[in-house]
Design a binder for this molecule. Structure first.
Ligand code: AR6
Length: 170
């Protein structure tokens, strides 16, 4: 399944995948970082649909349409805030990737793009986050042939390098 995981550098709001994930917060009502960028690109209807969802737990995910995005769906997932690593952060981060992929399967998506969840404002060390992300994605793909490709869309070169390293260690 390693051959179905790709690491690229880019802007996820321009993604042409069937679904993109959003590194949201538990309110699902928007924010800064990639969340703000996705809401700006999708248009105000995205926030209107998010208001109907009544938030989401950390490590879980909820789906909306993509509105003005090329992606048909957005998978909104609140990642964990890094608090030293002893507070279930890795399990919660794995839960984000798994929950998004489960929704993608349910909604018939063949391609899914993720940003680097929790490694911005939420402070998760990117090397550690990358290992959790790629191993969780690989485990899921091993038993879910319906997903053809998962891409990590990294905003900067340092983030991409961390995910490249994690994938090559797999
Ligand atoms: N495309 C891809 N990646 C991006 C983009 C983009 N357009 N913009 C930023 N990134 P962050 P978090 C990268 O802070 O740590 C929000 O306010 C960014 O460089 O967006 O999960 C939410 O509402 C970093 O590598 O998400 C929450 O309150 C990665 O996306 C909180 O931030 C994640 O950074 C979530 O914090």
């Amino acid at each position: 399944m390693k051959d179905r995981i790709e690491i690229i550098q880019g802007d996820i709001t321009r993604s042409d995948a069937d679904a993109i994930a959003n590194a949201a917060n538990t309110s699902l009502l928007g924010g800064g970082g990639v969340d703000g960028a996705i809401h700006r690109a999708a248009g105000p209807q995205l926030l209107a649909e998010c208001r109907t969802l009544h938030g989401c737990e950390t490590g879980r995910a909820k789906i909306t349409r993509g509105y003005n995005l090329k992606a048909k769906y957005v998978l909104h997932t609140p990642g964990p805030v890094w608090s030293g690593g002893g507070h279930g952060e890795a399990e919660k981060l794995a839960g984000c990737y798994r929950s998004c992929l489960e929704l993608a399967s349910q909604y018939g998506c063949k391609t899914v793009d993720f940003p680097s969840i929790s490694t911005g404002v939420y402070g998760y060390p990117v090397d550690k986050a990358a290992r959790v992300a790629v191993s969780t994605i690989a485990d899921y793909l091993a038993s879910h042939g319906e997903i053809e490709r998962v891409r990590m869309v990294c905003f900067d070169a340092r983030t991409k390098a961390a995910y490249d390293a994690a994938l090559s260690e797999l």
